[in-house]
Design a protein around this ligand. Structure first.
Ligand SMILES: O=C(O)CCC(=O)C(=O)O
Length: 359
C-alpha cells in the first residue's frame, strides 16, 4: 500500500492533553456543530442491538443451531450490529485482554513512545487516523497490530510491557479467529451459499487478515464538543469489539438516530464491515458508528478487524446477483479499498456508497 512515511503534523498524544487538567480542549478537536454528539440518545433494551447467545450454535444439535443462525441472519439484515454471549471465550480472558491494555496505556509516555507509529503501516502507538493536514482530530489514542496473515505478525511491534501482554493477546487473538471463521460459515449458510464461500472469498484459511486496534479514550473536559472516534463504517470484513464494560461510548446509527450500545457482561460486539456489504451485494450492510467520550472516566476498547486477504478481488457473490438485484459494486482489492480511510480518516459511509455502480 502506498502511504507516506510520516504524519503531516507533529503528533500530540490525547492522553497528555487530558492529563493537563485544562477545562477546554484545543480547537483541533472541536467538531462542527452538525457532528457533535447528542447525549439523550436511546439506550433502552428494546431499541438496542440484539444480544445473541452462541451456546446453542457451538454446542447444540442441528435444530438448535438453526435457531441461532436465524437470529444472526435477522441481526445482520436489520442491524448490521449484534452482541454475542457464551461465545466460548472465558470471562477471565475477556477481562484480562482489556485490562492488560489499560495497563499499557497507563505506563509512562517514554515506554509507549518506543512504539510510535507511522502512516506507512499504522502499526504501533498512534493518535490519528488519516493524513489530511489541518484535519479536525478525534479524542483518542490507539495501538494497532497485526495477527494474521502470520507473515505480518511481528512480536517486535507488539508491546513487551506489561509482561504477559503478548501471551494474553496471542490467546485472545486465536479465539477471535475461531469466532470469525464460525461466523463466516454461518453467514454463508444463511445466504444460501456454500458453507466455505465467505472464508474462500476472504482468501482461504491461511490468508485471512486479522488485526487489532486498541482504542484509548482519555477523560475529556468537553465531551459535548468532540468525539472519541468520528462516524465511520469499518472498511474490512467484520469487526469484533470488546467494549469497556464500565463506560458506555459506542453509538450506532439506526434509521437516522444514534443509539448508545449497552454492553452485555463479557459480550463481544460484532459488526458487518464494507467488504461483507460488497460480497453480499448489500444484503448485509455495514453500519455507521461513532464513539462519545466522558468527562469523568477513560474508556478502553479492543476492535479486532477480520479482513479479506489484501490482494484478492472482492465482488458480490454470483449467487446473490440476479436481474432483480444486479451487482452493486465493481471488483476491488481490500488493499486498494482501505487506502481511502488510511488517507482521509473516518468519513461516515461515504466510501462504500460512492463505489456503487451506476444503474
Ligand atoms: O470504541 C468503540 O466502542 C468502537 C471502536 C471502533 O469503532 C473502531 O475502532 O473502529
Amino acid at each position: 500500500m502506498n502511504c507516506p512515511a510520516d504524519w503531516p503534523e507533529p503528533i500530540v498524544r490525547v492522553q497528555s492533553l487530558s492529563e493537563t487538567g485544562n477545562t477546554m480542549i484545543p480547537d483541533r478537536y472541536i467538531k462542527p456543530p452538525s457532528q457533535r454528539p447528542c447525549f439523550n440518545t436511546r439506550s433502552d433494551n428494546l431499541n438496542n442491538i440484539p444480544v445473541i447467545d452462541l451456546f446453542g450454535l457451538i454446542n447444540g444439535d442441528s435444530a438448535t443451531q438453526k435457531v441461532v443462525r436465524d437470529q444472526i441472519s435477522t441481526a445482520c439484515r436489520e442491524w448490521g450490529f449484534f452482541q454475542v454471549v457464551n461465545h466460548g471465550m472465558s470471562p477471565e480472558l475477556v477481562d484480562e485482554a482489556r485490562e492488560i491494555w489499560r495497563e499499557f496505556f497507563h505506563q509512562p509516555m517514554e515506554a509507549k513512545q518506543e512504539y510510535a507509529n507511522s502512516p506507512k503501516t499504522y502499526e504501533g502507538y498512534g493518535s490519528r487516523l488519516g493524513l489530511q493536514k489541518g484535519a479536525i482530530l478525534d479524542w483518542s489514542d490507539y495501538y494497532f497490530l497485526h495477527y494474521l496473515p502470520s507473515n505480518l505478525k511481528d512480536y517486535k511491534k507488539w508491546p513487551s510491557h506489561p509482561p504477559f501482554l503478548r501471551d494474553v493477546i496471542e490467546e485472545y487473538s486465536k479465539e477471535i479467529v475461531r469466532l470469525g471463521k464460525l461466523l463466516l460459515k454461518v453467514f454463508s449458510i444463511n445466504l444460501g451459499l456454500e458453507e466455505s464461500y465467505m472464508e474462500n472469498a476472504f482468501g482461504g484459511d491461511d490468508n485471512i487478515g486479522a488485526c487489532l486496534r486498541v482504542n484509548f479514550y482519555p477523560k475529556c473536559p468537553r465531551p459535548d464538543l468532540t468525539l472519541g472516534l468520528s462516524s465511520h463504517s469499518d472498511p474490512g470484513g467484520m469487526t469484533f469489539l470488546l467494549p469497556d464494560e464500565h463506560v458506555s461510548g459506542l453509538q450506532v446509527r439506526k434509521a437516522g438516530e444514534w443509539i448508545t450500545v449497552k454492553p452485555a457482561r463479557h459480550a463481544i460486539i460484532v459488526n458487518i464491515g464494507d467488504q461483507i456489504q460488497v460480497l453480499t451485494n448489500a444484503a448485509y450492510k455495514s453500519v455507521e458508528h461513532r464513539v462519545i467520550v466522558n468527562p469523568d472516566k477513560e474508556r478502553v476498547s479492543l476492535a479486532y478487524f477480520f479482513n479479506p486477504k489484501s490482494d484478492v478481488l472482492i465482488k458480490p457473490a454470483a449467487k446473490l446477483v440476479t436481474s432483480k438485484t444486479p451487482a452493486l459494486y465493481q471488483p476491488m482489492t481490500f488493499d486498494e479499498y482501505r487506502l481511502f480511510i488510511r488517507m482521509r480518516g473516518p468519513q461516515g459511509k461515504s466510501q462504500v456508497e460512492s463505489l456503487k455502480s451506476p444503474r
